[in-house]
Design a protein around this ligand. Structure first.
Ligand code: ADQ
Length: 744
């Protein structure tokens, strides 16, 4: 895959491991799935992989290690014993890992370990910052480094940052129990793209971000003040072709023959995992034991080979798991073994890949039944190795892989009774059904392989960056503001449309709390007393409120989206063609929903009704609003009405009322040489669309809009308007005007 920019991959572990033979340092390659997938990237050009090389390196040897790794495009981050204890084994593996795998009672919350986690994340960020430039792509991996994206973003704001999490993201209810939940989420917000394995993880993450950080989301994008963060599912996979070739290798075939002899040509069940409570090793043994109890006729005819690769066995919970696992294996073997047959062959070590491949090939049934797993690659390796397309995958619903491999035989690993039955069914599945299922799964895994995963992630990052760039160029930045200032200065007939809520005042939880303050009144006064200006406030509010808040200013007013309007100094007028005979029915339905939804209320305007849910609990308001809209949509269409969805409000009004139509009354009155409209919600889109081609239209917030430019908040609008007022009223010297012209 060709990527034009330099890529810096960052993960806790490098794809090599340092160990010692006596006093000599030995570098071993570690061939994990990630290393395979990223191989094609990090070895290219001057790309780099930054991470911990494993083990402890004495300070006097650090330079030697650096030099050695440099030739392989690897850059080491050295960890001390305290870092390993508190950052890696501590906070990463005793706090985040259990919590994110839905084992909250296994999680320890230790502030010292959190401090070290933060420090080590800083250490990684420093290592990146030493080599990174703004033109690089930085791809950070996994839960050990959740604070790194933000640390980099602060120093290099424009750089591309991707983050991929290899473990699940838990539901909000679990995640919220973490004392450092805010810090972790803020850390991740530094990324441009945040990837998870499944859509469920994406949902949980979006929900946690909106509830904990109050960051709004649109679809799968988080809308931050100055950037958008895309959150998406990128299911990781394996190098399919490699596993297929391995299965065909003579060494694998020899291993397979030996294996079959060893188990007396019995039916073979395999289970292969790292030692981890999330992998469901104990319930699997329980289910196998139950299967043997229930089916005495199959004893002696079935053999299970269980491989467990040692992992984290310094951590207490893992030690306990290992003891329990050994106890259960002995119990099952002790209870059911006969001379010449042993129900389980258990191995606690790593296996060479040709032996692993032989196991996959020989197995009639693979039990891949984690309690939780981000993805699970063993399931995919098993499928890729099945050249003869025979074999049954029994897969846990709780593995990310279950979303793609829907033709596997699914189990809930907690339901050991059903699980035992599924083992029996898997062993007895007719061959044609085995093949049918296997072929479909092979098509999926071969198409969506690890290279496809890398490509998808990189392309998404590229696309998001391009979008951000496009939005940035549309931002009403200082240079463009200066140009607008000049156009304003040289114009004499100006027409200015300003929306009110969200544009001139912040959005308030209480509808009537948005009273204009002194600063706003002064600003509008200055703007509207300039004899060259005609200022029109275009609001959805009722005219009584607008009159009492702004009626004394020399501005014209449009109320209720155009149902009412008024020139300064003249009485209010309303559209004559409007009727209200639809109100009582809609109000009745809105009232039912308001009574069912604490915090919701109806706002009555003369020609419209609004159902507000800004004070309703997050989530519930959206749900009820959807139900309400569903309920009234046919009535609304039949009566020629319009349903507007604003920010936490649904408003029903006649289809013929809109701010754009109202604005046209003013546009037609004169030949203006400077026309500007500013607004924040989609009722203002009608105003933008009604403006002449050379008008300046500004959206507050950077959502999709017909406006030419955007500003981020009402505060920026006020600052921008103050600048305009100043640039229009200051008597400039000829030199200053010249400078301004040049700048334009
Ligand atoms: P892991 O929890 O490590 O990965 P998994 O995806 O199953 O889990 O990968 C395990 C790897 O170890 C497989 O490639 C397997 O072949 C190998 N392996 C297991 N036992 C072995 C043995 N005895 N000898 C040799 N090799 C053995 C984390 C997440 C997963 C996610 C991956 C990738 O927990 O959910 O799928 O990252 O994102």
């Amino acid at each position: 895959m060709e990527i034009s920019k330099r890529v810096l991959i960052v993960s806790n572990r490098l794809p090599i491991k340092i160990s010692y033979q006596g006093n000599d340092m030995v570098f071993q390659n570690s061939e994990g799935g990630l290393a395979t997938g990223l191989n094609s990237i990090y070895k290219q050009n001057n790309n780099l992989w930054i991470g911990w090389p494993g083990g402890i390196v004495e300070p006097q040897n650090e330079d030697k290690v650096k030099e050695h790794l440099q030739s392989q495009n690897l850059c080491p981050v050295f960890l001390t014993q305290t870092d390993i204890d508190d950052f890696y084994e501590g906070f990463s593996n005793e706090t985040i890992w259990p919590l994110f795998h839905y084992f909250p009672t296994y999680s320890t919350f230790n502030p010292n370990q959190w401090d070290v986690y933060r420090d080590v994340n800083r250490k990684f960020a420093d290592a990146i910052l030493k080599v990174a430039t703004k033109d690089d792509i930085i791809w950070i991996h996994d839960y050990q480094l959740m604070l790194v994206p933000e640390l980099i973003r602060k120093e290099i704001p424009e750089v591309s940052i991707g983050f991929f999490q290899h473990i699940p993201f838990p539901s909000y209810e679990i995640f919220r129990s973490l004392p450092w939940r805010k810090e972790l989420l803020c850390g991740l917000m530094g990324a441009d793209v945040i990837g998870f394995h499944t859509y469920d993880d994406v949902r949980h993450f979006l929900s946690a971000s909106s509830r904990i950080l109050a960051v709004p989301s649109m679809g799968n994008e988080l809308v931050l003040k100055i950037r958008r963060v895309t959150v998406d599912a990128f299911p990781i996979s394996i190098d399919y072709k490699k596993y297929r070739m391995l299965a065909d290798d003579p060494l694998t075939k020899r291993n397979e023959r030996k294996l079959r002899q060893l188990i007396n040509h019995n039916k073979l069940i395999i289970s292969i995992d790292r030692l981890d409570y999330s992998k469901g090793i104990i319930p699997r043994l329980q289910a196998y034991q139950l299967f043997l109890e229930r089916h005495p006729e199959l004893r002696g005819k079935v053999t299970m080979i269980q491989l467990v690769v040692p992992s984290r066995d310094n951590v207490q919970k893992y030690k306990e798991l290992k003891e329990e696992m050994n106890r259960m294996v002995s119990e099952i073997n002790g209870r059911f073994s006969t001379f010449g047959w042993q129900p389980i062959h258990h191995f606690y070590r790593s296996f060479p890949i040709h032996l692993l491949s032989a196991l996959y090939k020989a197995a009639d049934v693979a039990l891949v039944t984690p309690m939780r797993d981000g993805m699970n690659l063993v399931s995919k390796e098993y499928i890729a190795s099945k050249i003869d397309q025979k074999g049954v995958l029994v897969l846990s619903e709780m593995a990310g892989a279950a979303r793609e491999l829907s033709d596997a035989m699914m189990v809930n690993p907690n339901d050991i009774w059903d699980f035992a039955e599924k083992i029996y069914q898997a062993l007895n599945m007719p061959e044609d059904e085995q093949k049918r299922r296997m072929i479909t799964m092979q098509q999926t895994v071969s198409k969506f392989d690890i290279f496809n995963w890398t490509k998808n992630f990189m392309e998404k990052l590229d696309e998001v960056k391009a979008q951000q760039q496009a939005l940035f160029t549309r931002s009403l930045n200082a240079t463009i503001q200066q140009k607008v200032g000049i156009a304003y200065y040289y114009s004499h007939k100006r027409l200015i449309f300003l929306d009110y809520d969200g544009t001139l005042v912040p959005f308030q939880k209480q509808v009537n709390a948005a009273v204009p303050d002194r600063e706003l009144i002064d600003l509008l006064y200055k703007l509207s007393t300039d004899p060259n200006n005609k200022v029109v406030i275009t609001s959805g509010r009722d005219y009584h409120t607008l009159e009492s808040w702004l009626g004394k200013l020399p501005v014209d007013l449009i109320a209720e989206h155009g149902a009412w309007y008024k020139d300064h100094g003249k009485p209010w007028r309303s559209r004559r063609d409007l009727n209200n005979d639809w109100r009582s029915e809609i109000e009745h339905v809105m009232d039912i929903y308001a009574r069912r939804t604490p915090g919701a209320f109806i706002e009555e305007k003369s020609y419209s009704l609004a159902w507000h849910y800004r004070r309703v609990a997050e989530g519930l308001g959206e749900l009820r609003a959807q139900e309400l809209m569903e309920d009234i949509k046919h009535f609304v269409a039949d009566r020629g009405l319009q349903m507007l969805q604003g920010d936490k409000v649904i408003e029903i009004k006649s289809i013929s009322i809109n701010k754009g139509k109202a604005a046209k009354r003013w546009l037609e009155r004169d030949d203006f040489d400077f026309v500007m409209a500013i607004g924040d919600d989609h009722t203002d889109e009608d105003t933008f669309k009604a403006m002449p081609g050379d008008a300046l239209t500004i959206k507050v917030g950077n959502n999709i809009s017909a406006a030419n430019y955007f500003l981020d908040s009402y505060r920026e609008v006020l600052d921008f308007l103050s600048e305009l007022v100043n640039s229009g009223s200051i008597d400039r010297t000829p030199t200053e005007v010249g400078e301004l012209k040049e700048a334009s």
